[in-house]
Design a protein. Structure first.
Length: 240
C-alpha cells in the first residue's frame, strides 16, 4: 500500500490524472486496451473534467479505453443522483469515445437484481471469463465515505460477505434502497486500485482505515486488499 498526501486539492487531481495516464499507456502498450472502473461523487468529477483538458487530453488514447462503473445508484440515467450522468457530463461528452466502450448499469431495467446480473454478464463477455473467474481491471477508482464505505459496500451490509459474484445489488438499510456495486473479490483482483479521498472531515475515518484495528464490517474500505496488484491512497487530507 502506498499513501500520497497532496498539498491541496489541485495537486491531488493533477497527481491522479498523471497516474491514470501512466497506467493507461502501460496497459495499452501491453494488452492493447485499458480497462478502467470509475467512481461517482463530487471528488472524481473534478478529476474527470481535468482529464478532458491539456496536457492530459492528448496523452490518452480514448478509443482504447473500456469504461465501467464500480457502483451506481438504481436511478434513471438522467437523474441528478446518477453516476453515469455525472461522468457523461464531465468526461464522455467532451472526448471521442466509442459508445460500445462505455459499459454502464442498465438501470432502466428497474429491478436491481436484473440490473446487477446484466452487468455481470457484460463484464464476463468483455473480459472473456470462464465460470467462477473475476475480471482483472487495469485500474479501479474508489472513493471513501465518512462512514468508511467504498463503492456501494456500506458498513454491516450483506454485500460485504459476497465472495462469488462480480456485481451485486446491495441493500443499504440507512437509505432503504438497493445500490449496484462491484464486490470485494472483483475490486481486489485489479492490477491497480486508487482511492481518491478529499476533505479534511474524513481525516479521522481515514486514519482508522489505514492505522486502526482491522474491522471491515465497520470500515469496509479496510477490506480493499489487492490479491496481486497495487493499492494507492491519494488524498489531500492532513493526517498528522
Amino acid at each position: 500500500m502506498q499513501l500520497i498526501e497532496a498539498k491541496n486539492s489541485e495537486e491531488l487531481f493533477n497527481l491522479a490524472a498523471e497516474k491514470l495516464v501512466e497506467i493507461a499507456k502501460d496497459s495499452i502498450a501491453e494488452r492493447g486496451q485499458f480497462t478502467l472502473a470509475l467512481s461517482g461523487g463530487s471528488t472524481p468529477k473534478k478529476l474527470y473534467s481535468l482529464l478532458t483538458q491539456e496536457p492530459f487530453r492528448s496523452q490518452v488514447e480514448w478509443q482504447k479505453i473500456r469504461f465501467f462503473f464500480g457502483d451506481e445508484r438504481n436511478v434513471a440515467i438522467d437523474s441528478e443522483e446518477s453516476n453515469f450522468r455525472m461522468v457523461n457530463e464531465a468526461l464522455f461528452s467532451k472526448v471521442e469515445i466509442p459508445t460500445k466502450n462505455i459499459h454502464r448499469f442498465l438501470t432502466e431495467k428497474g429491478e436491481p437484481k436484473i440490473v446487477a446480473e446484466e452487468m455481470e454478464r457484460e463484464t464476463q463477455e468483455v473480459f472473456e471469463l470462464r465460470e467462477n473467474e473475476f475480471p482483472r481491471f487495469d485500474l479501479i477508482f474508489l472513493g471513501m465515505g465518512n462512514d468508511g464505505h467504498t463503492a456501494s459496500l456500506f458498513p454491516e451490509t450483506e454485500g460485504l460477505k459476497e465472495d462469488k459474484r462480480i456485481v451485486i445489488e446491495n441493500y443499504v438499510p440507512k437509505f432503504d434502497t438497493f445500490r449496484l456495486t462491484f464486490t470485494f473479490p472483483t475490486i481486489n483482483n485489479a492490477r491497480n486500485i486508487m482511492f481518491l479521498i478529499s476533505g479534511q472531515e474524513k481525516a479521522e475515518t481515514l486514519r482508522e482505515v489505514l492505522y486502526g484495528e482491522f474491522q471491515p464490517e465497520k470500515l469496509p474500505s479496510q477490506a480493499v486488499k489487492p490479491v496481486n496488484g497495487n493499492l494507492l491512497f491519494l488524498t489531500d487530507i492532513k493526517l498528522k
